[in-house]
Design a protein around this ligand. Structure first.
Ligand SMILES: Nc1nc2c(c(=O)[nH]1)N[C@H]1C(S)=C(S)[C@@H](COP(=O)(O)OP(=O)(O)OC[C@H]3O[C@@H](n4cnc5c(N)ncnc54)[C@H](O)[C@@H]3O)O[C@H]1N2
Ligand code: MOO
Length: 406
């Protein structure tokens, strides 16, 4: 077993893609109403202008602005009312000198007009309009293409669909989107001690945590096709992992990744059809005993059993991999603060230190949260983490540190 030959965290992604190139970019079409949180796999360009015609932004009269020049309360400008433009209708009217046409908010500005005067500044005497205020060119008009210009890239590959950007797509009549296909995940919690919700608790047992934490974390960008608990038996684990590789693209096995007698994950992967373990140990803390392998083109992770370690590895390896396959990821999702205590790290391993933040005298203070990675409350007591590189021995109290959110 090559457990002690750890792989550098920065090499993991390249290694996985070298072993399973087919993980890259599978695409599908998705209806706009089902697209929340989906990731675009192509740039979306506008094939028309928004608005598609000059639109009024007020209720009032379309006029030629220069004809209102000098108008005031005492000396109004006079126009002949030439009718109205109906909401949602094409304006066939053409404005001639001295004419005004009524246009409601959002309706089309007739040809020949370059501005809108609000009704508040108008007076009507039969079919004559008195305008008491000058307007300037393009006042109260949203010009054709002012919002979106034909040919503009409105959303880039990697954009995560939100209710707001769905609005832009709908305005362009785009009702189906090319998105990255979601990865299908199987989660297998291994261990004789692990019990599920339908099993009665006995002393010595541990309630399954990892399949719940992992399955919720996956839901942002993947589909959990199954989650199951499997006892520590080589043949049973082998059979269950084999079935899972048929049902999903990525199999997460929690527990059984270290070098103990009952830690089967590595042997199981090697036994599978096209089975190969290519990482057994990563230079990180927590999470060192992580296994990565494959069965042909199916990716398999052996995550450490400790709940904190399995989530840290999920976040910094599995989630990061998918974000880069999807060209998304919140690389800006961090802030800076000042460290409240000295911190030691393990040379040769990148350390992920849980923290929480407080504010004192207008300064963001970063407090390390200490505890064992078997303690699940570490994650609820903290609201982010800092990364200590493998080449440093620690950080001094008062250092400025970058904090990542979960
Ligand atoms: N001799 C060594 N022993 C250990 C090493 C080592 O390097 N040499 N590394 C330690 C570290 S660090 C970790 S992390 C763990 C990883 O162990 P495994 O992946 O083999 O996990 P297990 O032994 O199965 O479980 C560890 C721990 O986590 C609990 N657990 C497991 N699954 C779940 C679950 N689904 N929900 C909740 N809790 C779970 C399990 O009961 C154990 O307490 O190895 C160390 N040992
Ligand atoms: O590597 Mo372990 O994951 O430190 O607890």
């Amino acid at each position: 077993m090559n457990f002690l030959k750890v792989t550098d965290i920065d090499e993991i992604e390249e290694l996985i893609l070298k072993k399973i190139p087919s993980l890259k970019g599978k695409k599908e079409m998705c209806k706009l109403e089902d697209s929340l949180g989906r990731v675009l796999c192509e740039n979306i360009a506008a094939d028309l202008n928004v608005p598609e015609f000059n639109r009024s932004t007020v209720d009032g009269y379309a006029i030629k602005s220069r004809e209102s020049l000098g108008a005031s309360q005492g000396i109004p400008a006079f126009f002949t009312i030439k009718g109205e433009v109906l909401m949602g209708e094409d304006s066939s009217k053409k404005l001639e000198r001295g004419e005004a046409v009524y246009v409601p908010t959002g309706a089309m500005i007739p040809e020949g007009a370059d501005s809108m005067i609000m009704i508040e500044f108008c007076e009507i005497l039969e079919d004559t309009l008195l305008v008491h205020k000058p307007v300037s060119s393009f006042e109260n008009i949203m010009v054709m293409g002012e919002d979106v210009r034909e040919g503009d890239i409105i959303l880039k590959k990697g954009a995560v669909i939100t209710p707001e950007n769905v609005g832009v797509l709908a305005s362009l009549g785009i009702y189906e989107l090319p998105v990255f296909k979601k990865f299908r995940f199987s989660i297998i919690s291994t261990g004789d001690e692990i019990i599920g919700e339908d099993e009665e608790y006995r002393m010595g047992k541990i309630r399954d945590i990892n399949s719940y934490t992992l399955s919720l974390a996956i839901q942002k960008f993947g589909v959990v096709v199954e989650k199951k608990i499997v006892k520590d038996n080589f043949e049973t684990i082998l059979e269950e992992v084999r079935k899972s590789t048929k049902r999903s693209d990525i199999v997460l096995i929690s527990g059984g990744s270290s070098a103990g007698n009952y830690d089967y994950t590595s042997r199981v992967i090697s036994e599978l059809d096209g089975g190969e373990v290519f990482v057994h140990g990563i230079s990180i803390k927590p999470g060192k005993p992580t296994i990565i392998g494959r069965s042909n083109d199916k990716l398999i992770f052996g995550l450490p059993g400790h709940p904190i370690s399995s989530m840290v590895v999920f976040n910094i390896v599995v989630k990061k991999l998918i974000e880069s396959l999807y060209f998304c990821g919140d690389s800006d999702d961090y802030y800076y603060g000042v460290l409240s205590h000295n911190l030691h790290s393990t040379p040769g391993r990148t350390t992920y230190q849980m923290i929480n933040k407080t504010v004192e005298n207008n300064e963001i203070i970063i407090n390390p949260i200490f505890g064992k990675s078997g303690m699940i409350t570490l994650m609820t007591k903290s609201n982010g983490y800092i990364v200590l590189g493998s080449n440093i021995e620690g950080l001094e109290k008062g250092s400025r540190v970058r904090v990542y959110r979960f």
